[in-house]
Design a protein around this ligand. Structure first.
Ligand SMILES: Cc1cc2nc3c(=O)[nH]c(=O)nc-3n(C[C@H](O)[C@H](O)[C@H](O)COP(=O)(O)OP(=O)(O)OC[C@H]3O[C@@H](n4cnc5c(N)ncnc54)[C@H](O)[C@@H]3O)c2cc1C
Length: 410
């Protein structure tokens, strides 16, 4: 069987795996990128209709990857955020101008972001990134000095072995590669489904985002181009099917009732899709010569819009470690250092997102009033608001070159 040697093999060419490949380009090391699908195939889970809110911290990382100039043409800036709780008083209003930041976030459709990443990989003058797509991982063998990944091409059924110093597992929530290497995950089902769609109001959204907590779960409405809004509408699992089955007019009416009239009347809705919501996390982030990043390491409820942002910070740390060569590539020391650097941020974001869901998906009257008081208090405390903004835009994590918007040093 043919064996090819690589420095790094990345399994999963979704938003996180493909971003890592782009970030590694300047280092001119030999990389293999494997995905079960070609980019653009409708079945590939990463590049669908969802819109992603990139934090300012993620903007800096894409700047460091020299990708922001082209992404900037396709992002829609979030200038203001309005947070409210349906049926209870109190709201928090965040404003980029008041907080003296360029924007509170940037919205981009995941398919469009994927288009930029793959254009960058295609444009690569560096012939050191080989793509194996569509191909599946059929076997894994890791030793202290190397890891061997056996893959099978989906079209030709040809099997081959890739030998690597480091295996990066980025194949998403239900990672089969993670299972093959023997890392277990814990899954908590929130009993909720997110319905997503693009929806157009008759009043201008003025680049404002809305986060509205309801007894069934949160609603996020984020500003897109052409006055469209990207909607993430969380439902209790047992209620989602009925909402999905509504025709467009009935859906618009149903949503109008839940959201209210802050943006006037909703007049148009695009194609709807749905996602079951879980918190999936692994105890371990590494195994021999192996590291997990992105959704393969942790999958979060999308309410706080943190999944990809966290995955990009995984990338920034990993690339920094690979570039500075303080530790041998894929060595136990390198992986241990990676874990030490990433765990605090990871744990904090998991806990923050999970607490939001617990607090705001509870229909107890008492908790509702407590939340209302909390929102009013937050709105009146500039320092608390500043902390919230900094937390959401990723200002806390500027340790690596990429996270500071700088290119990695080769
Ligand atoms: C509705 C919704 C809204 C969201 N909004 C935001 C947001 O605003 N901000 C934010 O930061 N995050 C958001 N997220 C989270 C974000 O979308 C994910 O964190 C991110 O897409 C994860 O990317 P990934 O590459 O790790 O995993 P995936 O997107 O799951 O990609 C995994 C890739 O691996 C491939 N693959 C799978 N198995 C194999 C295999 N065995 N071999 C080879 N390849 C394989 C798949 O084809 C896929 O391409 C949202 C999520 C949802 C559901």
């Amino acid at each position: 069987m043919q064996t090819d040697d690589y420095d790094i093999v990345i399994v999963g060419g979704g938003l996180v795996g493909a971003s890592l490949a782009v970030a590694l380009k300047p280092l001119a090391i030999k990389i293999a990128l494997i995905d079960s699908f070609h980019f653009g195939q409708p079945q590939q889970p990463s590049y669908d209709d969802r819109s992603i809110a990139l934090s300012y911290g993620s903007r800096l990382i894409y700047m460091g990857m020299k990708l922001w100039t082209s992404l900037a043409k396709d992002v829609s800036a979030i200038d203001k955020i309005h947070v409210s709780d349906r049926g209870f008083m109190g709201a928090v209003r965040l404003d980029a101008v008041e907080e003296k930041v360029a924007a509170l976030g940037y919205l981009i459709e995941s398919r469009v972001l994927g288009g930029h990443l793959y254009a960058e990989l295609n444009a690569s003058a560096v012939a050191t990134i080989n793509r194996y797509m569509p191909a599946d991982v059929v076997g894994l063998d890791s030793e202290t000095d190397r890891v061997e990944i056996e893959i099978k091409s989906v079209h030709h059924k040809k099997t081959q072995v890739l030998r690597s110093q480091l295996l990066v597992i980025a194949d998403g929530t239900n990672s089969t590669t993670r299972q093959k290497i023997g890392i277990t995950s814990q899954q908590k089902d929130y009993g909720q489904i997110a319905i997503i769609a693009n929806i157009t109001p008759d009043r201008s959204h003025k680049q404002q985002a809305f986060e509205r907590f309801t007894e069934n779960g949160p609603i996020a409405l984020l500003p897109l181009s052409d006055n469209r809004c990207s909607l993430i509408w969380t439902h209790k699992t047992e209620q989602a099917a009925a909402t999905l089955a509504l025709d467009d007019n009935a859906f618009l009416q149903h949503f109008q009732q839940a959201f209210g009239y802050r943006l006037g009347r909703f007049i148009k809705v695009g194609q709807r899709s749905s996602f079951p919501l879980t918190l999936t996390q692994t105890e371990q982030l590494t195994a021999t010569r192996t590291v997990l990043i992105g959704n393969a390491a942790q999958t979060l409820h999308p309410v706080a819009g943190q999944g990809l942002n966290l995955g990009l910070r995984d990338i920034a740390q990993l690339v920094e470690l690979i570039a500075d060569q303080r530790y041998a590539l894929g060595s136990a020391e390198m992986l241990q250092y990676y874990v030490e650097q990433r765990q605090p941020d990871r744990k904090a974001v998991i806990q923050y997102t999970d607490s939001l869901i617990k607090l705001f998906s509870n229909d107890s009257l008492l908790l509702g009033h407590v939340r209302g008081v909390g929102l009013m208090a937050t709105d009146r405390l500039p320092l608390l608001k500043k902390w919230l903004v900094r937390k959401n835009i990723g200002y806390h994590h500027r340790k690596t070159r990429l996270a500071r918007g700088l290119m990695v040093k080769s």
